[in-house]
Ligand binder design. Structure first.
Ligand code: ZN
Ligand code: ZN
Length: 717
C-alpha cells in the first residue's frame, strides 16, 4: 500500500515538473504509464495532464484527456475552459462553460477574461449581467476583467466604474489599478489620475507603477519621474516593475541622455542584469536609435527570458538596418531551446517586411504553422498579411486574409492599407465597406488608408465624406496624417485654393506633415509663388529637412528660375543640410543585396555598370531623356557628369543587378529607403518596356509597379 502511495506521490511530482518545464516528451511517457493503468485513474491526475497539454499548446490532446475523465469536477471543467480561453477560442470555451453543472467564480472569471482579451465586449457584458442576475459572487478579478473588456469603449468603462463605486468595490486596490491602466490606455489620463489620487491609503506598489506607466504612455515623462521621486520619498518598495516603468518614461520622451544617467543608477543598484529591467533598457535604446547599446545590455543580462529575447528581436526590427540581426536573434533564441510565442513571430515577421524579403517571410509563415502554438493567432496572421503586402505579394496577403477564422480591426487595417499602397484604391474602399458591415470598428489608421485610397483614385467628394464620417459617426478626431491626405487629394485634383484653405482652418498647427503635403501639391501644379511661402513655413519647422529644399529647388528649376535654384543650394550648404544617403535593395536567390548611389562594392559591379550603359543606349533610342534636374550636383558640373550620376542612382543599380541575375520574364521587387527620384521613375518605365518585365519599386511612400512602360501610380507620388 505504502509502495503504491509513494509511487503515486512520485508520479504527481514528475507530472508537475513536466508542466513547469513544458516537457512534452517526458509528459507523453508519463501518460503512457497512466493509460496502461500502472497508476490508478484519478480526476486530479487527469486534470494535470490537461494543464500540461494546454501549456504546450496541444488543445486537441487536452480535450481528449478531458473527455476521458469519468467524473469531471469543476476544476476539470475550469482547466479545459481556461485552455480554450487562453487560445481565444471563445465559442468552444462557451460550450464548455454551458456544460458545467455548477459554474463557480473561476469559471465566470475565465470566460469573461477570454471575451475581454479578444475584444468581445458584448459577450463579456452579457456574462457579467448573468452573474449579477444570479447573484453570483464576484471579486476583484471579475471587475478587473470587465474593465479590461471595456477598452476603446469609454461609455462602458465609466458605467462599470460607477457600478464599482455603487457596489463598494472601489476599495479594492486591484480594481482601481485596472481602472488606472484602462483609462490611460484609452487616452483618459485625467480620469486615471483621479482614480489614483482618491485611492489614498490603499494604494499599493502596483498603483504607483501603473500611474508612472500611464504618464509615460502620455508622453508626460516629467510627471512620471516626479511621481517616481515621490514614491521613493514616501518609502515605498521600489521593485523591478517600478524601474521598468521609469524606463518607459525616458523612452516616451526619447530622452537618451536621461536614460543613460538612469542606466548608471541601475548599475549602481546591480539591476541592469535583471531580465525585466534589461527589456526596458533595450526598448529605450532601440527606440532612440542606439541598437548597439541595446545589444550590449542584452548580452549582459544573466537569465534572459522570452520577453527579453522578444524585446531584442523587436528592437532590431524597428531599425531597418538591423533587420537581418532580428532574424538572426530569432534563430539563436530557438537554438538555446526557447519556443517562440506569438509576440516573437510578430516581431520577426515585421523584420521580414522591412527587409522586403518574401522568402524569409514565407519561411516564418511555415514555421508559425508548424510551431506548437495555435495557428489561428490573430496577431501573427495580421503581421503576415502586412508582410505579404509590403513584400509586394498582395495575392498571398489577401488569400490569407480571406482564410482567417477570426479577424479584428487590425486585420482589416493591414489589408486595406495593402490595397491602398498598391494603388488598388477601389478594392481598398470595397473592403472598407465590408469592414463597416462586420463587427470591427474602424480606427484612426483605417481612415488614413481609406483617404489615401481616395487620393489614388482621385475621389474628391468621397474623400470629404469619409473625412467627415470619421468624427461624426465614429468619434475619431482627424490628426495631421488625415489632413495631409485631404490636402494631397485636393492638390492633385487641382483644387489648390481649397487645399490652402484647409491648411489655414485646421484646428491645430499643420506641422511639418501638413506643410509638406501642401508643398507637394504646389510642386505638382507648378505654383511657385505659393510653394515658396509654404516651403518657408516648412523650413522654419524643420531647417534640416533635405527633402523640402530639394522640392523647392525642383520647383524653381521647372520654372527656369536658375538663380533661385542656386540660392536654395547655397542655403543648404550654409546650413549644413545633407541629403540622407539613398539606398535600395533587392532579394535574389534568398539573399539581400544592398546598393548605394554610385556604389562599387558589389562583386558584380563591372557587369552591372556595363549592363546599365547598354540599357541607357537602348532607352535613348526609345525616346528617354535624362532629367538632370534630379542629379543635384554642383551647377558647374558637366552635363555628362550629371547624367552619369543619375545613371548610378541606387534604384537603377539594384534593378540592373536584378535583371542580370534572374531569368527572363521574372518580376523584380526593389525597395528604396527614400522617395524614388523623378528621373529613375521615368527611366524604369522605359526599362520595363524594353526588357518586358514587371518591376516593382517600394519607396518610402508607396508601391510603383512598372509594366509595359507605365507605372501603377499614374505618375503621382
Ligand atoms: Zn534616380
Ligand atoms: Zn510610380
Amino acid at each position: 500500500m505504502s509502495q503504491i502511495f509513494s509511487n503515486l506521490q512520485r508520479f504527481r511530482l514528475l507530472l508537475k515538473s513536466c508542466i513547469s518545464e513544458r516537457d512534452l516528451s517526458k509528459g507523453k511517457a508519463l501518460q503512457t504509464l497512466y493509460v496502461k493503468s500502472f497508476i490508478p485513474p484519478s480526476t486530479y491526475i487527469s486534470n494535470h495532464f490537461i494543464i500540461l497539454y494546454s501549456k504546450c499548446g496541444l488543445l486537441s490532446e487536452a480535450h481528449k484527456m478531458f473527455d476521458e475523465i469519468t467524473q469531471p469536477n469543476v476544476f476539470s471543467y475550469n482547466t479545459i475552459l481556461s485552455a480554450y480561453a487562453k487560445e481565444s477560442q471563445t465559442h468552444i470555451a462557451r460550450q464548455i462553460f454551458d456544460q458545467i453543472p455548477q459554474p463557480d467564480l473561476v469559471s465566470y472569471n475565465t470566460l469573461i477574461s477570454a471575451y475581454s482579451s479578444c475584444g468581445n465586449i458584448e459577450s463579456a457584458l452579457n456574462m457579467f449581467s448573468k452573474m449579477r442576475e444570479l447573484n453570483a459572487d464576484m471579486d476583484g478579478f471579475t471587475l478587473s476583467a470587465m474593465i479590461a473588456a471595456c477598452s476603446n469603449v469609454t461609455d462602458h468603462i465609466k458605467q462599470i466604474h460607477s457600478l464599482i463605486v455603487y457596489s463598494g468595490f472601489d476599495s479594492y486596490v486591484s480594481v482601481n489599478n485596472a481602472l488606472i491602466t484602462n483609462y490611460s490606455n484609452n487616452g483618459f489620463l485625467s480620469d486615471a489620475e483621479r482614480v489614483f489620487n482618491v485611492m489614498g491609503e490603499i494604494k499599493d506598489e502596483v498603483s504607483w507603477n501603473s500611474m508612472i506607466v500611464a504618464y509615460g504612455q502620455h508622453k508626460e515623462g516629467y510627471k512620471a519621474l516626479k511621481l517616481f521621486q515621490e514614491m521613493v520619498h514616501e518609502g515605498w518598495n521600489v521593485d523591478m516593475f517600478t524601474w521598468a516603468s521609469v524606463l518607459t518614461a525616458f523612452t516616451s520622451l526619447e530622452d537618451l541622455r536621461g536614460g543613460l544617467q538612469f542606466h548608471a543608477q541601475l548599475i549602481k543598484h546591480g539591476l541592469e542584469r535583471n531580465s525585466h529591467v534589461g527589456s526596458g533598457l533595450i526598448d529605450l535604446y532601440s527606440k532612440c536609435g542606439g541598437v548597439l547599446d541595446a545589444e550590449k545590455v542584452f548580452q549582459e543580462v544573466l537569465e534572459p527570458d522570452l520577453v527579453l529575447w522578444n524585446t531584442m528581436i523587436s528592437g532590431y526590427s524597428q531599425n531597418v538596418k538591423f533587420s537581418e540581426e532580428s532574424l538572426e536573434c530569432f534563430r539563436k533564441m530557438q537554438w538555446i531551446g526557447l519556443y517562440p510565442d506569438d509576440c516573437s513571430f510578430v516581431c520577426v515577421i515585421s523584420a521580414c517586411s522591412n527587409l522586403s524579403s518574401p522568402s524569409q517571410g514565407k519561411q516564418m509563415h511555415s514555421l508559425a504553422i508548424k510551431s506548437e502554438f495555435p495557428k489561428n493567432r490573430i496577431s501573427v496572421n495580421n503581421a503576415l498579411v502586412a508582410m505579404y503586402s509590403k513584400c509586394g505579394n498582395l495575392d498571398d496577403g489577401s488569400k490569407l486574409f480571406e482564410r482567417m477564422a477570426e479577424r479584428n480591426s487590425v486585420s482589416f487595417n493591414s489589408m486595406i492599407a495593402g490595397y491602398a499602397q498598391h494603388g488598388l484604391g477601389i478594392k481598398a474602399l470595397v473592403l472598407f465597406h465590408q469592414m463597416l458591415e462586420s463587427e470591427n470598428a474602424p480606427t484612426s489608421i483605417t481612415f488614413i488608408s481609406v483617404l489615401s485610397a481616395c487620393v489614388h483614385t482621385g475621389k474628391v467628394e468621397e474623400g470629404w465624406n469619409y473625412f467627415k464620417l470619421m468624427d461624426e459617426k465614429f468619434g475619431i478626431k482627424p490628426v495631421a496624417e488625415h489632413y495631409s491626405c485631404m490636402i494631397d487629394l485636393l492638390g492633385r485634383a487641382g483644387k489648390l485654393d481649397e487645399a490652402q484653405r484647409l491648411v489655414e482652418t485646421m484646428p491645430f498647427d499643420p506641422g511639418s506633415i501638413g506643410w509638406a503635403a501642401l508643398l507637394g501639391a504646389c510642386r505638382t501644379h507648378g505654383n511657385v509663388e505659393l510653394g515658396v511661402k509654404v516651403a518657408d513655413q516648412l523650413l522654419k519647422l524643420e531647417p534640416s529637412n533635405a527633402a523640402a529644399y530639394v522640392m523647392l529647388a525642383n520647383m524653381y528649376a521647372s520654372a527656369g528660375r536658375w538663380d533661385e535654384v542656386a540660392m536654395v543650394r547655397k542655403l543648404m550648404r550654409d546650413r549644413g543640410v545633407r541629403k540622407k544617403p539613398g539606398c535600395s535593395w533587392i532579394e535574389v536567390k534568398k539573399e539581400i543585396h544592398i546598393f548605394f548611389a554610385g556604389d562599387s562594392s558589389h562583386p558584380r559591379t563591372k557587369e552591372i555598370y556595363e549592363f546599365l550603359e547598354e540599357m541607357s543606349r537602348k532607352m535613348k533610342v526609345a525616346g528617354y531623356l535624362p532629367d538632370v534636374r534630379w542629379a543635384l550636383v554642383r551647377d558647374d558640373a558637366k552635363e555628362g557628369e550629371k547624367e552619369m550620376r543619375l545613371g548610378h542612382h541606387s534604384e537603377k543599380l539594384a534593378i540592373g543587378f536584378g535583371l542580370i541575375s534572374t531569368p527572363d520574364g521574372l518580376p523584380l521587387l526593389v525597395v528604396k529607403n527614400l522617395r524614388i527620384c523623378g528621373d529613375c521613375h521615368n527611366a524604369i518605365k522605359f526599362i520595363s518596356a524594353i526588357v518586358g518585365r514587371e518591376i516593382t519599386v517600394r519607396d518610402a511612400h508607396r508601391f510603383h509597379c512598372f509594366k509595359e512602360g507605365r507605372c501603377s501610380c499614374g505618375d503621382y507620388w
